[in-house]
Design a protein around this ligand. Structure first.
Ligand code: SF4
Ligand code: SF4
Length: 384
């Protein structure tokens, strides 16, 4: 059976019958399930960026994960669902997230289990470009095979989060903030994401794009109906398809540019499955901010070009900015890897000179008060 790098299957709702039919079709297009053997332990790496009800479209929908699990357990596999959100990787925090995301019942009913292993381990990856040694969640390391099952969303730091970015969740909890700090250069962070994908090599990358998120993503944006499931064996080709669907230029996706530089994605070329995807393409997707990867340093750049890029990127850079609704909870202060936030008179205050632009504060603000603010010049140029 043919293994497709990136395919799109219509799926209009999270109704069980609709999902089961779409998931069967999708897994067939990815080469079928013959690789699944009785007793095999398969980890489904969801996107659980926090405790959000499924209708918020911030996390992989449990009904979609259940449809996949039914197919795998019918073949005798043991299936575990998990993720390591940006908060402490502990039974209390992750248990609350499972509960709010309403995972327990669909997971158990489909024959799966929720991960309860909160240990981590250090691994060496000498072939990596930047991440030659790192700590990853043990539950994922102990699986015989991994399927990544992400959600398609707008993202403040990397413009769009889907297949490639989902793999960052194998780093346990707050260690992610440390990596943001250590690799605050956007080009390095993009290489880190590629390193993680090349290390983990999930069998499949699936994406829940039945309801996606636009606007103040990846946690506080607005749900929008797209009505598809996507999947593939190649995260870069799959995210090329996602970018095309949302009308996001590839040059804005630093991790795709990094994959191109490493020969993992052809520099040119349209998305796979373009014909099937045409009817779902958006022309008015609302983004979360971020700056084009054109501004990233490239070793081939001349000195003049480098100076020009540095100057322009400063002028066009997005910043975290406090909007309405801050309750002074201090969550952003506790997560900020640069120690750039303090709480004054029950409101968050950012010390700009310390900020490394990781957008963790925006991603994890529980009220949506922290936003991505595009620079005045960027707004002027793009007339938005
Ligand atoms: S910005 Fe958000 S996370 Fe930070 S203190 Fe205000 S409400 Fe809490
Ligand atoms: S202020 Fe926000 S964007 Fe800046 S370093 Fe802290 S968490 Fe990251």
């Amino acid at each position: 059976m043919e293994k497709n790098a990136a395919v799109l299957i219509p799926c209009d709702s999270y109704e069980t019958e609709t999902l089961d039919a779409a998931m069967r079709q999708l897994t067939d297009r990815l080469g079928g399930l013959d690789w699944v053997k009785p007793g095999m332990r398969i980890g489904i790496k969801l996107n659980l960026c926090g405790g959000f009800k499924p209708e918020r479209a911030a996390t992989t929908h449990p009904a979609a994960a259940a449809a996949l699990t039914r197919l795998l357990t019918a073949r005798g596999a043991s299936v575990v669902w998990g993720d390591a959100p940006g908060e402490p990787f502990s039974p209390l925090v992750v248990g609350r997230i499972y509960h709010t995301c309403r995972l327990e019942e669909p997971c158990t009913a489909s024959g799966g289990e929720l991960n309860r292993n909160y240990e981590s381990q250090t691994v060496q990856y000498p072939e990596a470009k930047v991440l030659k040694q790192f700590t990853l969640a043990s539950w994922i390391a102990q699986c015989d095979a991994v399927i990544s099952f992400c959600k398609l969303k707008a993202h403040g730091l990397v413009s769009m989060t889907a297949a490639v970015k989902n793999t960052f969740g194998i780093i346990p909890g707050t260690l992610k903030s440390e990596l943001h700090f250590r690799y605050s250069d956007r080009a390095d962070f993009a290489d880190l994401l590629v390193d993680l994908n090349e290390y983990l090599k999930p069998v499949w990358y699936l994406c829940d794009a039945v309801e996606i998120m636009e606007g103040n993503g990846p946690t506080q944006g607005t749900p929008r109906h797209l009505g598809v499931l996507t999947g593939g064996t190649d995260p870069y080709r799959l995210d090329r398809l996602h970018a095309w669907l949302l009308g996001v230029e590839e040059s804005a996706l630093t991790y795709l540019e990094a994959a191109k530089r490493r020969g993992l994605l052809p520099a040119e070329g349209g998305p796979d499955s373009r014909e099937a995807a045409e009817a779902y393409r958006l022309t008015d997707f609302v983004r979360s901010g971020a700056t084009s990867s054109w501004f990233l340093p490239d070793p081939q750049d001349s000195k003049i070009r480098r100076t020009l890029k540095d100057g322009l990127s400063l002028l066009l850079r997005s910043d975290p900015a406090l909007g309405e609704g801050c309750v002074g909870c201090g969550h952003c202060r506790d997560l900020c890897p640069a120690g750039a936030i303090r709480i004054e008179k029950d409101k968050a205050k950012i010390k700009r000179s310390k900020c490394v632009h990781c957008f963790c504060c925006q991603e994890f603000c529980p009220t949506g008060a922290m936003k991505v603010r595009r620079s005045f010049i960027a707004r002027l140029i793009q007339k938005e």
